[in-house]
Write a protein that binds this ligand. Structure first.
Ligand code: GLC
Length: 799
């Protein structure tokens, strides 16, 4: 145990005893004898914000992470005083601030401990840069576990890890690489079936130690800025995560085509190559919605230009691809080539939009185009200009999505692979150095891009994907996990990273399927597709240095397997879209790691392979070569094996068959899964009928199905349809009730209901309370299917 005296010798300073405190409606201010100020603000019954100032003076309160429209308000606040503590009591929990050293503890209303400061707030002055290293330490229980923190490529459970957040271009990173592309300083702690969250909203380089340095201590600190964090009480992980996502914001619904299969490579060019790829997809009837243009479409890597030798008439090409169902997504990087004959460069130079070094010269660095300057995206005027640059690409040429890359920002051949720390930024009118702006640079670039694409693609929805991001960046963009490698370890990492991003408010995420660097074997590619179709974002991308990575490259067996899975994704689009609806409405993650799904079951706390896709589909990828199956944990309850409809009882680990054509997938009993027919791209066909797969259960289960017109904004005016299916199953009776919200009615008329595991012979059928003949509903006894009007209120089967 390190003592305060030892820490003080290292230069750490601490708050002294309380002199006084005062409070208004929602904020309590504590002042200590040595001038430290602690401000506690009640934002919600389950969320408090803590800010510390070492000398009583706070900086201007500004954050890129917090959503301006985040819902606030609480029902109850009592501030009580006793000899040793000041108590802040909300409707959900109690916070105690110690009078002798301002240490803080959080307790449930019945007194059970949630989280206590160990040393609490302390800091170290750093004269040279003028601020302090601000630090916080909390005590940790033996059985406490930790989750979150963005895209870290390490064990899903973070206990025992020390990690830092500094956006970094990490080509071919590995397991346990400490710094990656994104900074999401948010984690959740879980012990005694109590979950809480900490969001440390500080954009400087931040550090997190989860009981690595000391077994019962968790700490987090930053190389500058304020100790400014939010404490969120659960007790359910879902409460914590949805509160965090409310605070930092949710995206709009993406256009449904963005949930289709995407094919990318560095790079498809010239136009004839792009067409060849497109034609091959259609020839093979392999569904695909988007093709990507990597940097070679540009003239000398100048953003917002086209290489006219490779792409003589981009507008025509994009249009023709679109006629064939392909949406074109183009890459845009932040580095602007230094070239006085290049209008984008000239304009930014004249308007003084580029970042500068502390002493005045522009920040100069090498990226793909050679020497570049870099727009300061933290300046609102620059973002506005940047958004306008998309007029031609989106508005005129018809490109449908933009891919922002290298925005950590990455600089080649320099120490640290990024800007020097003295570079200046506007930071929306709070001028600062790169120390503070580094982690938000990519987020602000993606934000400017989002504004532009949204403006010029209106009334259709924008699609943006970024590599770098900061907490809250999910409001603007989707993301991928960067330059991974075609290895089995990276397949494991992709699974963990996407689940972790889902636990960090950034559900719209995927990996480069098959691996970016190097080349996968056919087996690895097939296994990766099997996982990738269950990720919110599904794209094959590769560096192209090591051969082809289109699904037909690996021979007929792999082509057949991958096609079957991509078709399954297209069938599951309405189910996935419903999960997106819950994500954008309520912040519910699209993938649910088992610990999120059932935190009470401690078996789940160390599981990372299995996850729930949406609400009711359990998936467990095969992550090793040459296997015929694997062991996996099935959460409590009963589950149908998707491939043979056998029912298994969970709460235990078991062996599951998984030859190459099979990934273990289980459906929760009672679930109703909506399915579209297979299409080659979203909205290829007029949908005549939606299939509802009903997985019989003795008991009750609710399922949901959200629909709208798949693009555009009418859904915001109520033009959506949100159905809830209430299933009740008995030994000899099944009742299915439907409730519908919203004004939208899809063009098809009927559902095809297919019941799996029906335990009785159907003798009587009641439809909306009237008895009908089996033939009226086209009842097929073989596959237990019915055709029913989609507006049904109740279907009642009697055995
Ligand atoms: C970066 C990106 C990669 C892209 C390449 C060329 O490495 O992460 O996806 O293909 O740059 O633009």
């Amino acid at each position: 145990m390190i003592t305060n005296t030892e820490l003080e010798q290292k230069g750490n300073l601490f708050p002294a005893g309380l002199i006084s405190y005062e409070h208004d409606q929602d904020t309590i201010n504590f002042i200590s004898k040595n001038g430290v100020r602690l401000q506690v603000t009640v934002l919600r019954d389950n969320m408090l914000r803590f800010r510390y100032s070492t000398n009583g003076i706070f900086e201007h309160d500004f954050s890129y992470a917090i959503d301006e429209d985040n819902p606030q308000g609480f029902n109850k606040l009592t501030v009580d005083d006793n000899e040793s503590h000041v108590e802040i009591i909300t409707e959900k929990f109690i916070c105690r601030v110690a009078k002798d050293d301002l240490r803080v503890g959080m307790y449930e209303l019945d007194g059970r401990k949630i989280l206590e400061d160990e040393l609490g707030f302390h800091w170290e002055e750093t004269f040279e840069f003028g601020g302090s290293f601000v630090k916080m330490s909390k005590s940790s229980k033996d059985q406490e576990n930790y989750f979150g923190l963005g895209d870290k490529p390490t064990n899903f459970n973070l206990k025992g890890k020390r990690l830092s957040l500094w956006n970094t271009d990490q080509y071919a990173y590995g397991k346990d690489t400490v710094e990656l592309y994104k900074a999401v300083p948010f984690y959740m702690g879980l012990h005694s079936n109590i979950c809480y969250g900490i969001f440390f909203d500080n954009t400087f380089k931040t550090h997190f130690d989860f009981c690595q340095e000391r077994r019962n201590v968790t700490s987090f600190w930053a190389d500058g800025g304020e100790m400014n964090y939010y404490f969120i009480y659960g007790p359910q992980m879902a409460d914590v995560l949805t509160t965090y996502t409310d605070l930092t914001g949710k995206p709009e619904l993406p256009p449904m085509w963005a949930l289709g299969y995407h094919q990318s490579k560095w790079s498809y060019y010239p136009e004839s190559k792009v067409r060849e790829i497109a034609a091959k997809f259609r020839e093979l009837n392999f569904p695909c919605d988007a093709l990507y243009l990597d940097i070679d479409y540009m003239e000398g890597f100048r953003c917002f230009t086209w290489n006219k030798d490779y792409f003589p008439d981009p507008k025509r090409m994009v249009k023709e691809l679109e006629n064939d169902g392909f949406k074109t997504v183009a890459i845009i990087d932040p580095g602007i080539k230094i070239d006085l004959n290049y209008p984008v460069f000239k304009e930014a130079l004249e308007k003084d939009y580029f970042c500068r070094r502390a002493d005045g010269p522009k920040m100069r660095g090498k990226v793909w185009p050679g020497e570049c300057y870099f727009p300061d995206f933290t300046n609102p005027e620059v973002r506005e200009w940047w958004s306008g640059l998309y007029r031609e690409l989106i508005g005129e040429i018809g490109v449908k999505g933009i891919w922002n890359d290298m925005n950590e920002p990455a600089v080649m051949e320099v120490p640290g692979k990024t800007f020097p720390l003295d570079v200046r930024h506007d930071y929306d009118g709070h001028p600062c150095s790169h120390r503070k702006a580094h982690n938000v640079y990519g987020m602000q670039m993606a934000r400017g891009t989002y504004e532009g694409v949204k403006k010029f693609n209106f009334p259709k929805r924008p699609f943006i994907i970024t590599r770098a991001n900061y907490a809250g960046g999910q409001r603007y963009t989707s993301t991928w996990t960067g330059d991974n490698v075609a290895s089995w370890e990276h397949l494991w990492l992709a699974n963990v990273q996407i689940q972790r991003l889902c636990m960090s408010g950034m559900s719209f995420a995927g990996s480069d399927i098959g691996g970016f660097a190097e080349q996968p074997s056919g087996e690895l590619f097939a296994r990766w597709i099997q996982l990738g179709i269950f990720h919110p974002f599904c794209r094959v991308h590769s560096s192209g240095d090591h051969g082809e990575q289109e699904p037909w490259f690996f021979g007929d067996e792999v082509l057949g397997i991958t096609k079957k899975y991509v078709e399954l994704r297209y069938q599951l689009l309405p189910y996935l879209y419903t999960a997106f609806f819950h994500y954008v409405q309520e912040g519910i993650p699209i993938l649910k790691p088992l610990v999120y799904y059932d935190q009470e079951d401690v078996q789940t706390h160390h599981r990372a392979d299995e996850f729930i896709f949406g609400n009711q589909i359990l998936v467990c990828p095969v992550q090793e070569p040459n296997v015929q199956g694997r062991r996996m944990y099935i959460p409590k309850g009963k589950w149908y094996n998707l491939w043979n409809n056998n029912v298994v009882t969970g709460g235990r680990e078991m062996w599951v068959e998984a030859p190459l054509e099979t990934i273990p997938v289980f459906i929760k009993e009672g679930a109703i899964i909506p399915k579209y027919p297979v299409q080659q791209y979203v909205d290829e066909k007029k949908i005549e009928e939606v299939q509802l797969d009903v997985y019989y259960k003795i008991g009750k289960e609710n399922s949901e199905f959200y629909e709208d017109s798949h693009d555009g904004y009418e859904y915001r005016q109520g033009m959506f349809s949100h159905r809830t299916f209430k299933f009740t199953g008995k030994e000899d009776e099944m009742i299915l009730r439907q409730h519908k919200n919203g004004k939208y009615s899809a063009p098809y008329k009927n559902f095809k209901l297919k019941v799996f595991g029906l335990p009785f012979e159907v003798k009587q059928i009641f439809f909306d309370n009237e008895e009908v003949k089996p033939a009226d509903l086209e009842y097929n006894d073989e596959d237990k299917s019915f055709i029913i009007s989609k507006e049904f209120s109740e279907l009642h089967l009697v055995g």
